[in-house]
Design a protein around this ligand. Structure first.
Ligand code: ADP
Ligand code: ADP
Length: 218
C-alpha cells in the first residue's frame, strides 16, 4: 500500500452561471518513505487538492486512499476519525491552540486518536528540538520554534501522510532549512510527506516534484 493515493480526482465549483473545474483528473501517489512537492501557479488547484487529500473537502469524482483506507466519499465523522489517525496537517497559519503550552497541544492531538501509540510527548519534542520549550505557549515562541511545535503536533499520532501547506512560507533561510531537514527526516524514517510550496529550497529536498496547471498534474 501507499501512504497516499489519489486517483482521477475531479472537483467542480459552481457559483451562479460560473463553473470552475478546479481539479481535472489528478493522479497522485506518495509512497512510505517518500517526500513529494506539489508546485503550481495561483489558481492551479493546490488548495483544492490539499483539502480533498485531507478529507476536508469531497472530490466530485475519483478517490483518495490514505494508508490503504479510503477517505473520500465517506461521512464526515469517519473522515474526521481518519484525519486524526492517519493524516498530519502542517500549515503556516499554525495548528496550535493559543492558550495551551506546547506539551498540552501535543497531548490534545493525541487524545483525538486514542490508542494509536505514537511517540511520547517527550520523544516528539526532542525530535523537533523543543525539549526545553514544553511549557511555552505559542505566543512565547519564535517563528522557527512555532513551526517546529506545529510539526510535533502534526506528527503526534504517527500519521501515514504528512500534508504540509507552504510550511516554510514565513521563515528565514536558516529556519526554513531546519524545518525542511525535519520533513526530510520524516520521510527517511518511513513516513509519507507531501508539501505544497513555492519555495525552491523546499523543492530541493523532495524526492519528486509534481506540477499542477489548470487542475491537471504532471
Ligand atoms: P492560495 O492560492 O493562497 O492557496 P486562494 O486565493 O486560491 O489561496 O484561495 C483562498 C480561499 O478562497 C480558498 O479557501 C479557496 O477555496 C477560496 N477561493 C478561491 N477562489 C475562489 C473563488 N473564485 N470563489 C470563491 N472562493 C474562492
Ligand atoms: P491554488 O491553491 O493553486 O491557488 P485553488 O485550489 O484555490 O488554487 O483554486 C483552483 C481554482 O478553483 C481557481 O480557479 C479558483 O478560483 C477556484 N476556486 C477555488 N475555491 C473556490 C470556491 N470555493 N468557489 C469557486 N471557485 C473556487
Amino acid at each position: 500500500t501507499d501512504a497516499l493515493r489519489a486517483r482521477d480526482l475531479y472537483r467542480f465549483y459552481r457559483s451562479g452561471e460560473e463553473e470552475t473545474l478546479a481539479l481535472r483528473g489528478v493522479d497522485l501517489r506518495v509512497r512510505y518513505g517518500e517526500s513529494v512537492a506539489v508546485i503550481g501557479p495561483s489558481g492551479s488547484g493546490k488548495s483544492t487538492l490539499l483539502a480533498c487529500l485531507a478529507g476536508l473537502d469531497e472530490p466530485d469524482g475519483g478517490t483518495v486512499h490514505v494508508g490503504g483506507e479510503r477517505i473520500s466519499h465517506r461521512p464526515e465523522a469517519e473522515r474526521a476519525r481518519m484525519r486524526a489517525r492517519r493524516i498530519g496537517v502542517l500549515s503556516q497559519s499554525g495548528n496550535l491552540i493559543a492558550h495551551l503550552d506546547v506539551a498540552a497541544n501535543i497531548r490534545l492531538a493525541r487524545t483525538a486518536a486514542p490508542g494509536t501509540g505514537g511517540p511520547s510527548v517527550h520523544a516528539l519534542l526532542d525530535q523537533v528540538g523543543l525539549g526545553h520549550r514544553a511549557r511555552a505557549v505559542p505566543r512565547e515562541l519564535a517563528g522557527g520554534e512555532l513551526a517546529r511545535a506545529g510539526l510535533a503536533v502534526a506528527l503526534a499520532n504517527d500519521p501515514d501522510i504528512l500534508l504540509a501547506d507552504e510550511p516554510t512560507g514565513e521563515l528565514d533561510g536558516a529556519t526554513e532549512q531546519r524545518i525542511l531537514q525535519l520533513l526530510r527526516s520524516r520521510a527517511l524514517a518511513g513516513g509519507g510527506v507531501l508539501l505544497v510550496t513555492h519555495s525552491p529550497e523546499a523543492v530541493k529536498i523532495a524526492d519528486r516534484v509534481i506540477t499542477l496547471r489548470d487542475g491537471r498534474a504532471s
